[in-house]
Design a protein around this ligand. Structure first.
Ligand SMILES: [Ca+2]
Ligand SMILES: [Ca+2]
Ligand SMILES: [Ca+2]
Ligand SMILES: [Cu+2]
Length: 198
């Protein structure tokens, strides 16, 4: 189990532009406050729903996330995207292998790589999520300000029970060694495009 989880975390993390641990000190003087919100819509988990509110204040990102209708098990959440790129939630035309699920990799052209992980490892577990968290850096160590306008990004909540055992845990449901198409932990459950909230 430990090995499986570690492998999965690496897979998810590998979608980030960089894993650099060295962090540049926050350099901005961004004293503006900007509010955003997202409605999360089901991608591979029908019946799920969620809302995220985000506020960028000075150099801090405040996040309030609520999701319900999930399968039991761990749910990783990310801000995905690239500045000035296509930062959208995929439709089912993104299901390139036709297996009925838009997996993490198939969705990347739409929502882009991971910029900020909102979850705490695999500790956000259960059928519903509810948390408030503050962040002062992106996953690559850059200041939050490097994201720019958050309406260029999307939020993805991962974790779908694919083998119907009632829990998100299997990183390779078909047992073929490929941990993308049928990975319960990285499988996107919901996605929402971030919008300004005035
Ligand atoms: Ca697929
Ligand atoms: Ca399962
Ligand atoms: Ca597989
Ligand atoms: Cu993600």
């Amino acid at each position: 189990m430990r090995t499986t989880r570690s492998t999965t975390l690496l897979l998810v993390a590998a979608t980030a532009a960089t894993l650099a641990l060295a962090s540049a000190p926050a350099s901005g003087h961004d004293d503006d406050r900007a509010d955003y919100r997202t409605r999360l819509d089901p991608l591979n988990k029908p019946g799920s729903e969620g809302r995220v509110r985000l506020r960028v204040e000075d150099a801090t990102l405040h996040v309030r996330l609520r999701v319900k209708g999930l399968d039991d098990g761990p749910h990783i959440a990310h801000i995905h995207g690239i500045r000035q790129a296509e930062n959208e939630c995929p439709g089912f035309d993104a299901d390139a292998d036709g297996n009925g699920f838009v997996d993490l990799v198939e969705g990347l052209p739409s929502y882009g790589p991971v910029q900020r992980t909102l979850s705490v490892g695999l500790d956000d577990v259960g059928r519903r999520l509810r948390y408030r968290r503050d962040f002062t850096a992106l996953d690559d160590g850059s200041a939050i300000a490097a994201l720019g306008d958050l309406s260029q990004y999307a939020i993805v909540v991962h974790g779908v029970d694919l083998d119907d055992d009632g829990v998100v845990s299997n990183a390779d449901v078909n047992g073929d060694g490929d941990q993308a198409a049928d990975n319960e932990i990285s499988m996107p459950a919901l996605c929402g495009e971030i919008e300004h909230h005035h």
